[in-house]
Design a protein around this ligand. Sequence first.
Ligand SMILES: N[C@@H](CCC(=O)N[C@@H](CS)C(=O)NCC(=O)O)C(=O)O
Length: 260
Amino acid sequence: MHVSLERRGARGKRPMRPAAHNPWPLSARARFWQHGANYGRHTMSEGRLVIGTRRYSSWSLRGWLSVRLAALDVEEMVIPVADGPTPAIKAATPSGTVPYLEHRGIRIWESLAIAEYCAEISPALWPSDPTARAHARSVAAEMHAGFRELRTVMPMNLFRTAPAAPPSSDVLADVARIDAIWREALAVSGGPFLFGATFGNADAMYAPVVCRFLTYRPDLSVPARAYCAAVRAHPLLGEWYDLAAKEPQAWRLAKYEAPK
Ligand SMILES: N[C@@H](CCC(=O)N[C@@H](CS)C(=O)NCC(=O)O)C(=O)O
């Protein structure tokens, strides 16, 4: 199995040695690829975040953003997603999906649950005002539960140049609803992020949609385009794109690369 492991978190950026219970032994090549000479210099972290291929895994991006914004001290374990359910992900997580977080012995799956867990540690991930917080939770939950057409027809591929299939009316309806959600939140908060000056859980939920819109370029309102630019310019998005660009060629999947 080809996985990579890295250590990031509150106490520094150096990777840790895999713990004795770690069921994912790394090849020397995989360790070097991810960590270079720093590998093995650190001691214990407080858990791990399991994610999929950064180039494709939109749900992983959401969980990763919340975890990084809350500065949890966890290893990051990347399992390349397969063409269909990934046996290694099934073996490594309770739900058979990524993201999956283990932190201080607590196990959390589902990106929205991870976002809520991170907000317990870092409450600023949701707005402090109750009205805004209810609004932020509503739009985050709407993203988590919906937009299936858009997610199917415009799969996340950070670097894809081939166009998506021509958008159906259902896809256009999803795009229009997302544009309206963003415009409303930005008009109330003043931006540049959905609920004001700082990037929070609601932005984390919509970040992979921004990535899709940057790839497939559907028609968007001026505020929605400005929002896409603000999200892409956030340092954590920059880091995610940079790490994705370094992923092995062998992790590429034809179904996400080829034109439909
Ligand atoms: N509702 C889940 C969705 C997670 C999900 O579907 N993740 C995909 C990758 S983006 C996955 O793990 N698929 C199974 C696989 O690739 O084996 C969440 O919010 O975390």
